[in-house]
Design a binder for this molecule. Structure first.
Ligand code: 13P
Length: 252
């Protein structure tokens, strides 16, 4: 049975003090939750302070992005090596905001998946279609291309360090959630695709998270679907009162 994972992507929000205050609240509110992996992804500037605040707790630390080199002349960038050094265990790659605003393409995202996993960290690889693509009936083609290209050259063994997040672009920050049925359909498609690429064992073990306007009142329906193994939460991860009930609905 796959263990559920609920991650909060804080995007470009929270000062260091605010970030530490939020994880301190989460530590208290989630003290009795031992059957769900809980991960927070603060901005780069808050990573060190949050790492210190969650040291010795089951909370996991993620970065929201990385640059796929170890060190070097890459002004303004941060490598998986440096993220590991600060205490990260996960790195989100290929988020739709990075694809859209920063023109990140699948081959660049593929380099990030390789760099993150080479460092022994878990890559949370985001995929998802736009509304235009869904309306044109291209959802599965888009998902297949994103997965195949972003995971090119990744072995079945390395797939143990990959988590997929299905985030339909039209559901991010819009208040429009995919119905549990629509999300399950996409997740099933992704798992079947991964089975074809990497075999039954990898497909059965990999966690596929759903992201896009996840809230306390829709989390239960989404998280109870057979192929939905957790959530990547944006807006509703910024306050403990919103995030905590989502995590609790991930309990078995
Ligand atoms: P919202 O939950 O705000 O829709 O954001 C989803 C997301 O992009 C998480 O990575």
């Amino acid at each position: 049975m796959r263990r559920k994972l609920v991650a909060g992507n804080w995007k470009m929000h929270k000062t260091v003090a605010e970030a530490v205050a939020l994880v301190n609240e989460l530590k208290k509110e989630l003290a009795d939750v031992t059957d769900v992996d809980v991960v927070v992804a603060p901005v780069f500037t808050a990573l060190a302070a949050v790492a210190k605040a969650i040291d010795g707790t089951p909370l996991g630390l993620a970065a929201q992005n990385c640059y796929p080199e170890v060190t070097g002349a890459f002004t303004g960038e941060v490598s998986p090596t440096l993220l590991k050094d600060v205490g990260c265990r996960y790195v989100i790659v290929g988020h739709s905001e990075r694809r859209r605003i920063f023109q990140e393409a699948d081959d660049f995202i593929n380099r990030k998946v390789r760099a993150v996993t080479a460092e022994g960290l878990q890559a949370i690889l985001c995929v998802g279609e736009t509304l235009e693509e869904r309306d044109a009936g291209k959802t599965f083609d888009i998902l297949a291309a994103q997965i195949e290209n972003s995971l090119r050259g990744i072995s079945a063994a390395t797939m143990e360090r990959v988590i997929i997040a299905y985030e339909p672009v039209w559901a991010i920050g819009t208040g429009k959630t995919a119905t549990a049925c629509q999300a399950q359909e996409a997740h099933r498609f992704l798992r079947e695709l991964l089975r074809k690429m990497h075999g039954v064992a990898t497909a059965a073990a990999i966690r596929i998270l759903y992201g896009g306007s996840v809230k306390a009142d829709n989390a239960a329906a989404l998280l109870s679907q057979e192929d939905i193994d957790g959530a990547l939460v944006g807006g509703a991860s910024l306050m403990a009162a919103d995030f905590t009930p989502i995590v609790k609905q991930g309990r078995n």
